[in-house]
Design a protein around this ligand. Sequence first.
Ligand SMILES: Nc1ncnc2c1ncn2[C@@H]1O[C@H](COP(=O)(O)OP(=O)(O)OP(=O)(O)O)[C@@H](O)[C@H]1O
Ligand SMILES: [Mg+2]
Length: 314
Amino acid sequence: MPDPNSTDRTGVSALHRPTPVDRFIAHRPNGGTEPLITVTDLVRNYPRPRTSLLKRAEVVRALRGVSLEVRPGERFGIVGESGCGKSTLLRIIAALDRATSGQVVVDGTDITRLPERRLRFLRENLQLVFQDPMSSLDPRMRVRDIIAEPLVVQGHPASGQRVRELLDAVGLSADAGDRYPHQFSGGQRQRISIARALAPNPKILVADEPVSALDVSVRAQVLNLISDLVDELNLTLVFVSHDLSVVRHVCDRVAVMHAGEIVETGTTGEVYAAPRHRYTRRLVSAIPTLPKALAGATTADLLTTPDPPKGAPA
Ligand SMILES: Nc1ncnc2c1ncn2[C@@H]1O[C@H](COP(=O)(O)OP(=O)(O)OP(=O)(O)O)[C@@H](O)[C@H]1O
Ligand SMILES: [Mg+2]
């Protein structure tokens, strides 16, 4: 039985088939360097529950005018503390929530006010991976049906061969398809979520804290898997984390969010080495354990080895 956490894969190239978006990008006059996602001045206010009939309803200002661009093939990170609006931003980019104002253009189409029936191109080309695979995978379905479901929903044939290719690509053996989500470890369940997200052959993978719920020693393996798949399948990645060292490992560029706003954007190397904003400096100074896990430390090592002093190289 192959090691289920191994990233040694053979089926990746078989996964990629040209899509209409490939052809679209190939024929762009500038060779596909125009942004694939453009977010302009995005605002999202949520009503706060009323505490008194006499008081006016207040709002939570989850996004306060966010603008960003993601270019084709880029690995774009969004980092910031809990509640700063990261998931809200992703949900609006994926058209799972609507903006109060502002605009989101994906692949040349303004999706901000498009009705659901005209969002098919987005549903096929943009797929999401969430933080907690246990709640995002239906416990009553076998893994092969979970992986095939996005294909079936979109009216595509879902062959056993395709499911085996996807399982292979995420480092799981073909017999994993016969089992149920609760029969896997957290890291393996996240591999299943990734296989499911790749099933419709998307161009854009959006990952919302995909490793935060995982044991720290498994995090590195799942991050490496995402990174390899993004490279080999030529995906554009939007990756959210509250941990800058995780984003640094996976992304080329990063936007730092604070209280519904982007306070700093740059290459991950620049932002990590020379943070300009006070809030980013705070993020950088919180040295997490991930670099050690990436260097091969086991959970036991991480629990017994003290963290290096602040400011020391990781
Ligand atoms: N559907 C909703 N209704 C009301 N308020 C919401 C809703 N969704 C998010 N919020 C509020 O918007 C703000 C931003 O939430 P969001 O989930 O985007 O943060 P986040 O950065 O993803 O946090 P975390 O790191 O904890 O996942 C929070 O104050 C949250 O309580
Ligand atoms: Mg979130």
